[in-house]
Design a protein around this ligand. Structure first.
Ligand SMILES: Nc1ncnc2c1ncn2[C@@H]1O[C@H](COP(=O)(O)OP(=O)(O)OP(=O)(O)O)[C@@H](O)[C@H]1O
Length: 664
């Protein structure tokens, strides 16, 4: 497989994914795909139309499959219009089931918030009755009442924070898990266009952003709102005219607040996009750390990353400016209010129309209202940021996979028939890759696909396993179109070994078992020996329990390939797809592992892609592909006798070795 996007999963990769391994999971994913909500925007509402829909999720009628349309991350929107109905969606999907807990916590918040009102009200008896009248009997009463206010405030605060943090953590956990499941159902093409780093950022960063904001919202809003209500009740009760004077600056807030909100939304969106880019860059660097070092790319990569981080500094500043503007405006408004009340109320006190206690009560309530008011002012900015993250998450949920199971899947026949490609055509964008490809791989026999690099051999594997669907033509197993089977059933038929053995950062044992718990030690032993893993396992410090390292980095390429072969041996499915399965092995190991593969393929429908023609000489049929079509097929001898493409390839590869052999 050449020219493939480095992150594009090959057919074989699927086989090696634990999630996919038992076949049942593929069914799950298609189920969850069916639940996905319609429509697609990846960016903003402005983008919604521009961003193309993958396809309508429906079972494509045989022979006329909708083409996938490329869709990309949106990066440069100036105007981000957050989807409508975002909060109802979030509420019904994630919050509703926690409603009793949220209401209970809300009640506690109300109690906590209302304590500030009581506190400010207590200023009146404290000044008028205790200090000015000198009523020492009331001293303890007022003192205890104030103490009680603080105790109630503290207790309700602790309980509601714990409860709401629990809710927000559960919500985040559920979004992350749902999103991951959903992303795994999306088409290969989606994953080619959206790099892993950006998707990781969506799963972790975006939900994290919601989490931190949700925390701020849940731990603050209710309490602050109730505090304000109770404090304003007190000030209104004391003097409604003073209250009006205090609020004199409020209208000044309206227009700036509206403008600032738009600004915040824009910067929040840019920030999220940038975070995705930074994660992508880091992902690329750390995945390719050796090539980076070997090509002396450290400075180049560091510079590229620095540019992004510089942008991040700029955007963070803008975001902070936006966020703090509204509380800043509230500060000014409050200052104007204080000034007005002091002038207006102060003269009334001097004239003896109001008491000092009333003024102190009013003033305390105003002062106490100041902080919650600032926080609530900042909240609209916070909400804008959350809305952007929610929007970007929902946009992903809105994308539907085009490769889905049919609504009424056909059961796979017990005994497999032939695998057949009938005039299959397939383009990658504008590039025609298969141009009317037809051949039959007979059941229980080995068929080899050979041809120059880029001829379309791996694409055939991707089509067989329905990682992609053809533009035209039919692929069938036992005469039944593969699109009639459920994805889980279909993919469950294949054991696949490819050039790229996707290993996980777990022990070798876990990498081979892939979540299977019912494999006896004897069976595992047999597989290890057959795949010639036993040959190198003894030299590892913990044998089969040694860590494979990130992406199997503790193993050599050949060792990784043997692990992939062991997985296929254990998986034991009726159809075996081998895509350069022994390409990373030395000649000696290849001969031995080839024996293992030969015995594995005995009686199974096997399709082999191999560049080394020595490994496929004994295939029942050799299909020669060139530029997306089958140019000839037959046995090794027949094709040599025909003296066509295969004979030419064969001669190129074997001339030297045969000459050498004859010379001996
Ligand atoms: N995901 C993709 N997006 C766009 N083009 C692709 C993609 N995968 C493959 N191609 C193109 O399709 C053509 C066939 O690729 P394919 O991997 O099937 O070739 P192949 O015969 O398996 O090659 P090789 O022997 O080198 O592995 C190539 O020209 C390749 O550039």
């Amino acid at each position: 497989m050449t020219d493939r996007h480095p992150d594009a999963p090959a057919a074989a990769d699927r086989d090696q994914s634990p999630a996919d391994h038992n076949g049942a999971n593929a069914r799950d994913t298609s189920d969850s795909a069916a639940q996905a909500t319609p429509a697609l925007p990846t960016g903003g509402g402005a983008n919604t139309d521009a961003a193309a829909r993958v396809t309508e999720a429906a079972t494509p009628p045989a022979g006329s499959v909708p083409r996938l349309t490329r869709r990309n991350e949106t990066t440069d929107d100036d105007e981000i219009v957050v989807q409508k109905g975002l909060f109802p969606w979030f509420f019904t999907r994630y919050l509703r089931k926690h409603l009793p807990l949220i209401i209970f916590a809300g009640l506690l918040m109300s109690v906590e918030g209302s304590m500030l009102g009581f506190l400010s009200y207590m200023m009146k008896p404290m000044f008028d009755t205790v200090f000015i009248e000198g009523n020492s009997g009331a001293l303890y009463g007022v003192g205890f009442a104030i103490l009680l206010i603080f105790v109630v405030r503290a207790t309700t605060s602790v309980i509601q924070k714990v409860l709401l943090t629990r809710v927000s953590s559960i919500v985040i956990m559920r979004i992350q898990n749902d999103l991951l499941r959903h992303l795994m159902t999306l088409d290969t093409e989606f994953h080619q266009v959206n790099p892993p780093g950006a998707l990781m950022e969506r799963v972790r960063g975006e939900t994290g952003a919601i989490g931190s904001v949700a925390n701020a919202l849940v731990t603050g809003v209710g309490r602050d709102a109730i505090s304000l209500i109770s404090l304003f009740s007190v000030v209104l009760y004391i003097d409604w005219q003073w209250t009006l004077v205090a609020l004199i600056g409020t209208p000044l807030l309206v227009l700036p607040t509206f403008l600032v909100q738009r600004f915040i939304r824009k910067t929040a969106y840019k920030r999220r996009i940038l975070a995705g880019k930074m994660s992508t860059r880091l992902d690329e660097i750390f995945h390719g750390i050796n090539p980076v070092k070997l090509n002396a790319l450290e400075t180049y990569q560091a510079r590229r990353f620095k540019r992004l981080s510089q942008d991040s500094v700029k955007i963070s500043q803008q975001a902070m400016l936006g966020k703090s503007l509204i509380p800043g405006l509230i500060d000014i408004m409050t200052g104007v209010g204080f000034f007005g009340v002091l002038i207006f109320g102060g003269s009334e006190i001097i004239a003896g129309e109001k008491t000092v206690g009333e003024f102190m009560s009013f003033f305390t309530a105003m002062a106490l209202a100041f902080e919650p008011l600032r926080r609530l002012g900042g909240l609209s900015g916070t909400w804008q940021q959350t809305a952007v993250s929610l929007h970007r998450i929902k946009s992903l949920f809105d994308i539907k996979p085009s490769l889905t199971s049919p609504e009424e899947p056909v059961d796979l026949p017990e005994a497999h028939g032939d695998i057949r490609l009938d005039d299959v055509r397939m383009n990658y964008g504008e590039l025609p890759v298969l141009r009317g490809c037809s051949f039959t791989a007979e059941a229980g026999k080995t068929t080899a696909l050979v041809g120059a690099s880029g001829a379309g051999k791996s694409t055939v594997f991707n089509l067989l396993t329905r990682l992609i669907d053809p533009d035209d033509g039919v692929i069938s197993i036992g005469g039944i179109d593969t699109r009639s089977f459920s994805l889980g059933d279909l993919r469950g038929q294949f054991s696949i070994v490819s050039q790229d053995a996707a290993l996980f950062d777990e022990s070798l044992r876990d990498n081979i078992l892939l979540g299977r718990s019912k494999v006896s030690e004897e069976e595992l032993d047999r597989v290890l020996r057959a795949a010639h893993i036993a040959d190198f396992i003894d030299s590892l410090p913990n044998g089969i329990d040694s860590p494979a390292g990130p992406r199997g980095s503790n193993l050599s390429g050949g060792q990784r390939q043997r692990v992939a072969i062991a997985r296929a041996l254990l998986r034991n499915r009726p159809i075996l797809l081998l895509d350069e399965a022994t390409s990373a092995l030395d000649v000696q190991s290849e001969a031995v592992v080839q024996q293992a593969l030969d015995s594995l393929s005995a009686g199974r429908t096997t399709i082999v892609i191999a560049h080394r023609l020595s490994t496929i000489r004994n295939a029942s049929k050799i299909v020669v592909m060139d530029a997306g079509v089958v140019v000839e097929s037959g046995t090794h001898e027949e094709l040599l006798a025909r003296d066509g493409h295969y004979a030419k390839l064969y001669r190129l590869q074997f001339r030297k070795s045969e000459e050498a052999t004859r010379g001996l």
